[in-house]
Write a protein that binds this ligand. Sequence first.
Ligand code: GUN
Length: 297
Amino acid sequence: MTATRIDGKAFAARLRERVGEHALAFAEAAGRKPGLAVVLVGDDPASEVYVGSKGKATVAANMLSFKYRLPADASEEQLIKLVDDLNQDDRVDGILVQLPLPGHLDEQSIIAAISPDKDVDGFHVINAGRLSVGQSGFVPCTPLGCMMLLTDRLGDLSGLEAVVIGRSNIVGKPMAQLLLDANATVTVAHSRTKDLASVVKRADIVVAAVGRPQMITKDWLKDGATVIDVGINRLPPEPGKEKGKLVGDVAYDEASEVASAITPVPGGVGPMTIAVLLRNTAVAAYRNAGLKVPEGL
Ligand code: GUN
């Protein structure tokens, strides 16, 4: 058996298209476009690339993109002042402070300064709390994107065994919560889990978010499992090459022999994150303007 390749890139493109249509409808109703502010502190090259592509995708989805840069040595007060100004700015529906921040800044304090109604990353404790008690708020983009791919592929997840590998606040924990809300039986495994391979073997759904290249091999998987690979890892370059290959946490080729469906890296979960960020921003715009959030957004 060869697994179906779950095409996150195509799914994300369709989602961005749909969000763009809703953004136009919002502009008609509210007299302004939805706006997303992205804050970059310092000059980490990878973050710079992410922020650039977020800006382009925002404009392509008929929204306003606001970019703010602070120097690497910016103080916590400076950053919180900027966040506070954005909280007050009616053109801004969503605020994203690009992580990781330089070491002297406390990420939790900065996230806490973002208005929960503009926290399109879903990182604020208020939104984490809302997710855990089943109230509507904002859900972190990567796990929500994984969930969209899973429900598109499997429909009803009731009673399925799901194993999430990784327990971060950004992916593992919210992912587990979403799967639980969808009535899956959820196990969260992590670096201290004993006999991880046998835990994974039970899973109808595997969500891998560990950051270890090709750790999950064919022999770990149940026949017919659906595999969502959140990992993005760069292998050491081959001789004569400048950059190593990008791979996930799952050994894709061999896992494809056992799984029924699997996301590739790149082109699986990765493109979903920005698409869901735009979706969350459009939702924020409707809510912040006191308008009903359209079905299907
Ligand atoms: N850095 C890498 N991914 C993300 C993300 O989704 N949100 C934020 N704020 N920073 C990131």
